[in-house]
Design a protein around this ligand. Structure first.
Ligand SMILES: Cc1cc2nc3c(=O)[nH]c(=O)nc-3n(C[C@H](O)[C@H](O)[C@H](O)COP(=O)(O)O)c2cc1C
Length: 348
C-alpha cells in the first residue's frame, strides 16, 4: 500500500495544523482565542492535565462499548459537537457542512443559536441526532417562533446559553479590529440581536422556556453548585457545565474542577454535559469518570471543519473515538458506566 492511500489525517494535532494553515488569521484567532488574559482558557486545559488515570490491567478488553444516551436519545458514543457560531468563517457552508460531518461521524450535533442558516436546512443536512442551543437574541415572541421551528425540524432538546449576558472581551479580536458579525455579513435581525435581551435574562426566562417548548430544556454555562441546584429544582433536565471555552468570564474555575461538586448536588435529577478544553480521548475519560454523561467538543470539531469540511469533522470523530476506545482498554474499563470517580487522581 502506498503511503498516500491512507487517510488524509492521522492524528488530531495534524488536523489542527491543517486548519491553522487554511484559515485566515483573524478567523483563526476568533476561534482559538479566549477572553482577556485567557486564564480561563488555559486553566481548563491545565486542570485536565493535572488529573491522572488509573492504569488497571489484566481485564479482557476485546469488546469496548461506547454507547450511551442523552435525554433519552441513543448515542453511539458520549461526545457531541458543541454549538458554535461563526462557522461560515471556517467553511463556506458553515453549520450545514458541520451537520454533514457530525452525521458522517455518527455524533450528536448541537446547533448554535447564532447560526446564520435556517434551522430547517441544518436539520436536513444532518443524519444523526441534533439538539438546539438557544440565545436570547430577541424578545419572547421571536424566541417562541424560533422554538416552534426547532421543534418542527426534529431537534431533540434545547439548551439556553446563560453565560453570555454580556459579551466577553476577546482581546485577540479587539486587537485585530475583528467583529465576527460584520465578517459574516449577517444582517441585523429587526427583533434582535439586542444585547439587552441577554443582559436581562433571569431564572424567570428559564421558567418561560420550560412552559413554551415541549422539548427537554437545559442550561448551558452553569458553573456553581447553587445555580445547578436551582436549575434542577425548577425541573431543568440538562445541566451543562461550561465556561464557554474560556471566551466569557476570565479567571473563572476550570470546568473539569467545577464538575464533581455539581454532579453531587444534581444527584441524578438531571443529566450533565461538560465542555472546555476536552480535546483527546483521555480528556473524555476524565470527564465521564467525574460524572458527565456527554462531553461537548468545540474547537476540536471546528479544526476538522476548517481542515477538510464534513470529511474533516468525521475524521476528528473517528480519531477521537479510537483514542477513547484505546484509553478505556488501557485503564481496564469496557463500558461507559464503568468510568467511575475512582479512576481519577489529582497529581499536580
Ligand atoms: C468559534 C466558537 C464559537 C462559539 N459559539 C457559541 C455559540 O454560538 N453558542 C454557545 O452556546 N457556545 C458557543 N461557543 C462555546 C462552545 O459551545 C463550547 O462551550 C466551547 O467551545 C468548549 O470549549 P472547547 O472549544 O475547548 O471544546 C463557541 C465556541 C467557539 C470556539
Amino acid at each position: 500500500m502506498s503511503q498516500l492511500s491512507g487517510p488524509r489525517f492521522v492524528t488530531l494535532p495534524e488536523i489542527r495544523e491543517a486548519a491553522l494553515r487554511s484559515t485566515p488569521r483573524d478567523a483563526w484567532n476568533f476561534g482559538d482565542g479566549g477572553a482577556e488574559t485567557e486564564t480561563t482558557l488555559r486553566r481548563n486545559r491545565a486542570h485536565l492535565d493535572r488529573l491522572a488515570i488509573a492504569q488497571n490491567v489484566l481485564v479482557d478488553v476485546r469488546e469496548i462499548d461506547l454507547r450511551t444516551s442523552l435525554l433519552g436519545v441513543p448515542l453511539s458514543w458520549p461526545v457531541a459537537v458543541a454549538p458554535m457560531g461563526g462557522l461560515v468563517l471556517f467553511h463556506r457552508e458553515g453549520d450545514v457542512e458541520m451537520a454533514r460531518g457530525a452525521g458522517q461521524g455518527d455524533t450528536l450535533q448541537w446547533l448554535s443559536g447564532a447560526t446564520g442558516w435556517p434551522v430547517e436546512d441544518v436539520a436536513k443536512a444532518g443524519a444523526g441526532p441534533q439538539m438546539f442551543q438557544l440565545y436570547a437574541h430577541g424578545d419572547r415572541g421571536w424566541m417562541g417562533e424560533l422554538l416552534a421551528r426547532v421543534e418542527a425540524s426534529g431537534y431533540r432538546a434545547v439548551a439556553l446559553t446563560a453565560d453570555v449576558q454580556l459579551y466577553g472581551r476577546r482581546e485577540r479580536d479587539i486587537l485585530n479590529r475583528f467583529t465576527p458579525r460584520e465578517a459574516m455579513k449577517i444582517a441585523p435581525n429587526p427583533r434582535g440581536p439586542d444585547p439587552h435581551y441577554q443582559a436581562r435574562l433571569t431564572w424567570g426566562d428559564v421558567e418561560w422556556l420550560m412552559k413554551t417548548t415541549r422539548l427537554p430544556v437545559g442550561i448551558k454555562g452553569l458553573m456553581t453548585v447553587a445555580d445547578a441546584r436551582r436549575a434542577v429544582e425548577m425541573g431543568v433536565r440538562l445541566v451543562w457545565v461550561s465556561n464557554h471555552g474560556g471566551r466569557q468570564l476570565d479567571h473563572t474555575q476550570s470546568t473539569v474542577d467545577a464538575l464533581p461538586p455539581i454532579v453531587d448536588a444534581v444527584a441524578g435529577r438531571a443529566e450533565i454535559v461538560v465542555d472546555g478544553g476536552f480535546n483527546r480521548g483521555t480528556d473524555v475519560v476524565k470527564a465521564l469518570a467525574r460524572g458527565a454523561r456527554v462531553v461537548a467538543c468545540g474547537r476540536t470539531m471546528l479544526w476538522g471543519l476548517a481542515a477538510d469540511g464534513a470529511a474533516g469533522v468525521a475524521r476528528v470523530c473517528e480519531i477521537l473515538r479510537e483514542e477513547l476506545q484505546t484509553t478505556m482498554g488501557l485503564c481496564g474499563r469496557t463500558r461507559i458506566a464503568d468510568l467511575t470517580p475512582d479512576l481519577i487522581t489529582r497529581v499536580d
